[in-house]
Design a protein around this ligand. Structure first.
Ligand SMILES: [Zn+2]
Ligand SMILES: [Zn+2]
Length: 78
């Protein structure tokens, strides 16, 4: 599989993974590895019960979800 975003820019780059949300192939430059949101709320030293899961997304999906995530994080931080 080739990276979708690279193909969009008329480049041919092998994909290293698949977006968890939309299913396109992504290369290292065009992917974002996120940990599950619950990790931010839990204590750093007590993560034995809820280990963060890896979630690979393309940048399009990452930015599409970022506003909701950042707003949530700011709300909980205050
Ligand atoms: Zn790419
Ligand atoms: Zn995606």
């Amino acid at each position: 599989m080739k990276c979708f975003d690279c193909a969009w820019a008329e480049e041919i780059v092998d994909a290293v993974g698949v977006c968890h949300h939309c299913g396109v192939g992504v290369c290292m430059r065009h992917c974002h590895v996120a940990l599950e949101p619950g990790h931010h709320l839990a204590g750093v030293g007590q993560s034995t019960l809820s280990r963060p899961a890896r979630e690979l997304t393309c940048l399009t999906c990452h930015f599409a979800m970022t506003p909701a995530y950042s707003a949530e994080a700011k709300g909980s931080a205050r």
